[in-house]
Unconditional design. Structure first.
Length: 307
């Protein structure tokens, strides 16, 4: 059932507009549904040949996971050509996959996106910064730690979540973009502070590798909120990522944990990038209504990282 739900999730890559409430006033109705299909709308970022040369490993902007396209797929050349064309045009494809469980997600087929898909994709580029009344600097570490503990309480596995859609800290395989955006919404609406986002990216010779306890998880990128706090009369930046840590950490600590050589010799952190908080995913996509955020959190709520 979990695999069926996951495979039928169409990741809405922010075809949306801005809307904010306090969590006590968050939308309690299910997110507006669209026609569920057996494909996902993905925009190719780039691909590399696998270490064994049997496939190409594709990165899409809409997911931190790495997708495998086997060279023995009878439509390999056709799919690869579509990936090349759409990567150049920065436009989405309808991507069909199987084997949603770790460690590999396999691409089985791809199609050109419909005119409606393209229109929605272009509509997703609306940028709405936070209101001017939102404060940019957290006054002290006590307040920062209070926010972090509140985030943890909203986790799907805790049984203590009080917001409309619990945050999927228990499932780090995918959904970091939604977790980060939900925490951003909480920071603005519950606490009155804005945040930035920090993205980490794999290096040229490997990928991000994280020890998740009973298994390892691999990404081409990862993202979390980045908060500026006044600490001992100095301004410092801390990453808020309960999926990886028990408290706020520096960017260096956060990125260092994503290059775990005990997981794989191909662990390779490349660089980090700081963006405005309204940025949802790599490439500058947005989710101003939090609809894509809520969809992703809803569909990953019952999943766990290590099977």
């Amino acid at each position: 059932m979990k695999l069926l739900r996951l495979s039928t999730l169409l990741l809405l890559t922010s075809f949306l507009f801005y809307g904010c409430q306090r969590s006590s006033d968050f939308n309690t109705d299910p997110p507006q549904t669209i026609a569920v299909a057996d494909y996902k709308l993905f925009t190719p970022a780039y691909y590399r040949e696998s270490p064994d040369g049997a496939s190409i490993q594709v990165r899409f902007y809409e997911s931190p996971r790495i997708f495998d396209l086997p060279k023995n797929n009878p439509d390999f050349e056709t799919i690869k050509s579509m990936l090349d064309d759409n990567q150049l045009a920065k436009s989405p494809l309808r991507v069909f996959t199987e084997n949603e469980q770790l460690p590999v997600v396999t691409i089985t087929a791809a199609q050109k996106a419909s005119a409606e898909d393209i229109q929605n994709f272009n509509n997703a580029k609306v940028i709405v910064p936070p209101p001017a009344t939102i404060k940019k600097i957290v006054p002290d570490m006590e307040t920062l730690n209070e926010m972090f503990e509140y985030f943890k309480q909203q986790g799907c596995a805790t049984g203590t979540a009080t917001i409309d859609y619990c945050i999927t800290f228990q499932y780090v395989v995918d959904g970091c973009y939604a977790r980060a955006h939900k925490m951003r919404q909480i920071m603005e609406n519950e606490f009155g502070y804005s945040c930035e986002k920090v993205f980490s990216y794999e290096g040229a010779t490997g990928y991000l590798a994280v020890d998740a306890g009973d298994c390892c998880v691999y990404w081409w990128y990862h993202v979390a909120p980045l908060v500026t706090v006044r600490d001992a009369h100095q301004l410092k930046k801390f990453v808020m990522d309960p999926s990886m840590f028990d408290g706020p950490v520096t960017i260096e600590t956060w990125t260092g944990a994503q290059e775990n050589f005990d997981c794989t010799p191909y662990a390779d952190f490349g660089y980090s990038e700081i963006t405005p908080g309204y940025v949802y995913g790599p490439g500058g996509s947005t989710d101003n209504f939090y609809s894509s955020t809520n969809w992703t959190l809803q569909w990953y709520a019952d999943l766990v990282t290590c099977l």
